[in-house]
Design a protein around this ligand. Structure first.
Ligand code: SF4
Length: 337
């Protein structure tokens, strides 16, 4: 598969009064053309910082992308690009949608105008043609009476319709990459599924690669091709969606999977909650970052960072349990399908 984006040894820190907070600690991954990669983990694991670093949307200071980090897109390292070059790229080649549709839209401008703006800037269209295209985009994201709706303001749209309008803005210039940061978190459960279906449908139609950032593994089951699990600024496991759901290897992935509510009427157990909190990234642990919360923690885990073990061509995990000398531990019973 053709790689469209490659992130190499990305390190991002925030300079705080308490010291240097190492939010992302040397992660490497790639995104293939037209695929959906889900980046999953709880709040503070570094997934949003990773997404915003690709767009270089983090405020400098307090944030800093450390030397040696590379974000390669079309043979160029985005880390070294100036703001002027990046502005041309954002919205036309790489677009991003955020969790709260209300704060992403300009409340004083009509929806059609907000979609047209990016076509005028990036495609050089005149106002009239750009507005016509904006109406077509609203139709594409299934907004009824698109020509009338294009002349309305964000407050006249429901939450779900606002998120559809944001998707229309993000995809107006047919970008190669769409980064969706918790795109359904602020929406009702019924609307969440519609928005995920819409992103999936448009991705296939437009052949856009999607990086989907979420804390909820349940959301990505039907839409992701691959999943990478982040914890304390590191990637602890990655694999195809089937590998992560049917053959997960990392105790943190097990915990995330156990936290997904099940519909079965037979299973009336309380929803699993992972105990403890993530480590302080101003003083990150020298060993496995998950050791303080892990039920399977061994002495080595607290002292040495786990090595990466390849489970298959597509799955790898950072956990000492995969070491040949480690005691045999089975995947928890409730996760066996
Ligand atoms: Fe748990 Fe040790 Fe694996 Fe870390 S390396 S996840 S502490 S078993």
């Amino acid at each position: 598969m053709e790689k469209i984006l490659e992130v190499k040894d990305l390190k991002v820190s925030f300079h705080t009064y308490a010291g240097e907070c190492q939010a992302v600690r040397g992660i490497s991954f790639h995104l293939n053309k037209g695929e959906t990669l889900a980046v999953v983990g709880e709040s503070g694991c570094g997934k949003t910082v990773t997404a915003k670093s690709i767009m270089k949307l983090l405020p400098v200071p307090p944030s800093e992308i450390k030397e040696g980090s590379e974000i390669i897109f079309k043979d160029k390292n985005l880390v070294n690009m100036c703001e002027k070059e990046l502005r041309l790229l954002r919205g036309s080649e790489i677009s991003m949608i955020f969790q709260d549709p209300m704060t992403s839209l300009n409340p004083t401008a009509k929806i059609g105008k907000q979609i047209a703006e990016s076509l005028i800037i990036h495609r050089g269209m005149n106002k009239k043609d750009a507005f016509k295209e904006a109406v077509k985009m609203l139709e594409l994201v299934n907004i009824p009476n698109a020509d009338k709706r294009a002349n309305q303001y964000p407050h006249e749209f429901s939450g779900g319709m606002r998120q559809r309008a944001i998707i229309a803005i993000a995809l107006a210039c047919n970008p190669s990459i769409l980064i969706a940061d918790e795109p359904t978190t602020a929406l009702d459960v019924t609307i969440q599924a519609q928005i995920m279906d819409l992103i999936n449908e448009l991705q296939e139609k437009l052949d856009t690669a999607v990086m989907l950032v979420t804390h909820d593994l349940g959301v990505v089951a039907d839409v992701a091709d691959r999943i990478q699990v982040m914890y304390a600024g590191k990637i602890v496991e990655r694999g195809t969606t089937d590998e992560i759901f049917y053959n997960p290897k990392h105790p943190y992935t097990w915990a995330l999977l156990r936290s997904v509510p099940k519909l079965s009427t037979e299973n009336k157990e309380e929803l699993y909650a992972l105990k403890g909190t993530p480590p302080d990234l101003v003083n990150p642990p020298i060993g496995c970052p998950f050791s303080a919360r892990c039920d399977y923690c061994m002495d080595i885990c607290k002292e040495i960072m786990p090595e990466v073990t390849n489970i298959s061509d597509t799955q790898e995990v950072s956990c000492w349990l995969q070491h040949p000398l480690a005691p045999k531990v089975e995947i928890p019973e409730e996760l066996r399908y």
